[in-house]
Ligand binder design. Sequence first.
Ligand SMILES: Nc1ncnc2c1ncn2[C@@H]1O[C@H](COP(=O)(O)OP(=O)(O)OP(=O)(O)O)[C@@H](O)[C@H]1O
Ligand SMILES: [Mg+2]
Length: 308
Amino acid sequence: MVKGPERKSIIMAVGGGKGGVGKSFVMASLGMSLARQGRVVMIDGDLGGANLHNFLGISRPTSTLTDFFERKVPLADLVVDSGISNLGLLTGMVGTIGAETIKHAQKQKLFNQIRKLDADYILIDLGAGTHFNTIDTLLIADKMIIVITPEIVSIENMYNFLRNLYFRRLGGVLTDHGYRDLVVNTWHDRDALGISNFRELVDCLKAVSPEVRLIIEEELRDFAVNLVLNKARTNQDIVTGNSVKSICVKFFGVNALYSGYVEHDDLVSRSANHRTPYLSAYPNSRCSRGIERLTVNILSGQQVKVTR
Ligand SMILES: Nc1ncnc2c1ncn2[C@@H]1O[C@H](COP(=O)(O)OP(=O)(O)OP(=O)(O)O)[C@@H](O)[C@H]1O
Ligand SMILES: [Mg+2]
């Protein structure tokens, strides 16, 4: 169903993050939590390895995004009932199509139709990796979510993703204002310009002219990512989220919000294997309570308060 003019959806998307950090689990659970407040449509945009349905406790739907790309079926017609009240699912298709195969025009059409879906909340789960189609999809979201685990590989991976995300946004904004290639060229000359991190790149760009400064300040004022630390086992793990946030602000100049942490629970995998949605099977577990707090924080822009 396509929405009437009165309904304004909030789009949330998860991207980046190493494979296996829990993006799909976190998004599925967030979707279930939000479905208590309004109509949710979840989009499994992990085109190469869609598995969101497992966390919602259903088998793979037969209508998928492939029907949109290859048979031109309108997106709204592909949303299937998940069996969970107020929650519809639009799934990807394993193996046939990857983020890298989507053409520009298809992508724009997809984004237009996503924005018109009849829902209060539209949640998009994306695969790992930094392909620009993945990044562009994340950039259409009102709430960009990045999931990490308290492991160095996951955190380094996330910094790399964030760099790509911000770079693309900055490049896009300046190109739209007639400064094509300014970001790429400045970054290319970074050694000569004495730029050692992303924050310094932004400072250098702002010094190009008062107009460029204004564009960056106005267009990127609201640019913020929501960090979620998943599979936390100790208090030290939880505190790690704070350090990551500080580094994002210091070296990237990116407004990173530490939106929440979700504790590790072996029952998460077991529930997916048994096709039982974790959040409804274990609503009072510490992990589920983490998801509920996360939902509130993402909607309100609040952050985790942790002490060592
Ligand atoms: N909080 C958690 N506690 C325990 N296990 C978890 C938790 N979150 C996710 N998992 C498990 O980790 C594995 C990976 O989760 P998931 O598929 O959500 O990751 P992903 O980031 O979406 O991976 P991919 O990049 O491959 O799509 C799954 O087996 C899942 O059950
Ligand atoms: Mg996934």
